[in-house]
Write a protein that binds this ligand. Structure first.
Ligand code: SAH
Length: 219
């Protein structure tokens, strides 16, 4: 497989620059988030047939009924996660195609990314390998259990929406840790930021969103 990192035409640097201008207009302010998204080729994370739409601000299918998150949502969630400064260890639930993973890896020290669909995880690993990002560890399994061996985490970001936050994720958040997660049934999801303060959790609400469901495997 050859991966065209640079892109041309609809996938060129100019297309990425236009997307960044649009994100700024939509209210994204974090300079490092914008810089990393300007430099990260999104087109290599999706099927070639869809690559011409890679820098539109839309979610796109990545197979197995899943979607690559809309760029605005990736920017917003990352900005919310990093609002209080750089983080060391971040757990991501739902690697999907790996685009959000790649953005995070350029902004935090270590990313731990969990995905339940093995085929998606495999493709994500190959794409991320091409970008030479080395501070990411992947786990295949049910993210509702978190990643106990690597906990606690300074940040947790979920790219799929559970109806309520799995307890393991709350428990694996470090003191002062921050979790950004969509919560709710399909059609009624709300983006939340949950900050751990001692033994309580401070919950903020950032409005309606649309994510694929967070699937908890039967145990
Ligand atoms: N940020 C990703 C989002 C992919 S969609 C991207 O832009 O590509 C959400 C992903 O979460 C899907 O790949 C889905 O398989 C995964 N997912 C859903 N529930 C999960 C769970 N309980 N554990 C791990 N991954 C899960």
């Amino acid at each position: 497989m050859t991966i065209d990192l640079k892109g041309s035409g609809m996938t060129s640097q100019r297309a990425r620059d236009r997307l960044i201008q649009r994100l700024v207009k939509e209210g994204i302010q974090h300079p490092e988030v914008l810089a990393v998204m300007r430099d990260t080729p999104r087109h290599i994370f999706i099927a070639e047939a869809l690559a011409s739409r890679a820098y539109d601000d839309v979610s796109l299918p990545i197979g197995f009924g899943q979607t690559i998150s809309q760029p605005y949502i990736v920017a917003k969630m990352t900005e919310l996660l990093l609002a209080r400064g750089r983080l060391n260890k971040v757990l991501e639930i739902g690697t999907g195609c790996g685009y959000q993973t790649a953005v995070l890896a350029q902004l935090v020290d270590h990313v731990y990314s969990v995905e339940r669909i093995r085929e998606l995880q495999k493709t994500a690993k190959d794409t991320i390998w091409a970008l030479k990002l080395k501070n990411i560890r992947f786990y295949h399994g049910d993210g509702s259990l978190g990643w106990p061996e690597q906990a606690p985490f300074d940040g947790i970001l979920a790219a799929a929406a559970p109806e309520s936050v799995p307890n393991a994720l709350l428990e694996q958040l470090a003191p002062n840790g921050v979790m950004v997660i969509p919560i709710g049934a399909s059609g009624k999801q709300v983006l939340h930021r949950i900050t751990r303060t001692g033994n309580s959790y401070d919950v903020e609400n950032f409005g309606g969103v649309e994510f694929v469901p967070f699937i908890t495997d039967k145990r």
